[in-house]
Design a protein around this ligand. Structure first.
Ligand SMILES: [Fe+2]
Ligand SMILES: [Fe+2]
Length: 270
């Protein structure tokens, strides 16, 4: 049974810094890694961890170095797509020996498991907060879908293709969502889209397909849907998503980061 874990928006900053002077994102990523390693005993084999963008705050070599330092404790393989806070050059340098990182161009990749394939798409528009899927990326995606020929597929990208009502974030979501919709049209198999960027668990349909935005590992974009709301963060609990193929469908489980009391048996309950 194929299972993948999604984490998102780790926003790692250099040693000694807090993100936005408020959030210890490195400590949160360490806790996330520990949570994943503990989860393996209960969830069974997990094929891959995917980081859906904003691995770092500024896309610097030092930040990618710290990200890799923390992820070295992860007992599972991982892949990533860039977010608007990442930079392709330093990201490529940091991950060049991984085998999945493209040597040039956009950071797109595909990996195939027993029950479903996973496609990572690069939506980074360098220097901008909003996202775009480049023509080459869209053409590559179309080619992958032809090859997959109806096999279930998870498509991971940083920028959500729909608005969430948090207007400061909606202004920086995926600009050419209509072209993504065109690329997905007519695919005969199941597609699940997974995104980040909003740092909140939000699910909705896009192009008739289920699309899940994953919360961040350390902090949330504030859920403020007033028209005059500024862009702000709230230090809500971190989380991740476990996506699995079960009973002929995708299931997505929200899992909080951290360790909690239990498990306690339901005594006296049959
Ligand atoms: Fe982010
Ligand atoms: Fe982002």
């Amino acid at each position: 049974m194929t299972k993948i874990l999604q984490i998102s928006d780790t926003h790692i900053v250099p040693h000694g810094d807090l993100a936005y002077d408020k959030v210890d994102t490195a400590a949160a990523l360490s806790e996330t890694v520990a949570t994943i390693n503990r989860l393996r005993a209960q969830a069974g084999p997990i094929d891959l961890v995917i980081v859906t963008g904003d691995l770092t705050e500024h896309g610097s070599d030092a930040e990618y170095g710290r990200f890799l330092e923390i992820m070295a404790d992860l007992e599972l393989p991982f892949r990533a797509v860039p977010g608007n806070h990442d930079r392709r050059g330093p990201m490529r340098s940091a991950f060049e020996t991984t085998g999945w990182m493209s040597r040039q161009g956009d950071v797109n990749w595909q990996t195939d498991f027993e029950d479903f394939a996973v496609v990572g798409l690069d939506s980074l528009e360098e220097g901008q907060a909003y996202g775009t899927l480049a023509p080459d990326t869209l053409a590559w995606l179309s080619g992958q879908l032809v090859e997959l020929n109806g096999k279930p597929v998870i498509i991971a990208l940083h920028h959500p293709p729909f608005a969430t009502g948090i207007q400061a974030m909606d202004a920086q979501n995926l600009r050419n969502a209509n072209e993504l919709e065109d690329a997905l049209a007519g695919y005969s198999g199941e597609i699940r889209l997974i995104c980040g960027h909003v740092h909140r668990s939000i699910a909705g349909l896009f192009a008739g397909r289920f699309c899940q935005i994953c919360q961040g590992t350390s902090h949330a974009v504030t859920l403020d849907q007033r028209s005059d709301a500024g862009n702000s963060l709230t230090v809500e609990p971190g989380g991740m998503m476990l996506h699995e193929w079960r009973g002929g469908r995708f299931l997505s489980h929200l899992i909080p980061v951290g360790s909690f009391p239990g498990p306690y048996p339901f005594l006296g309950v049959r």
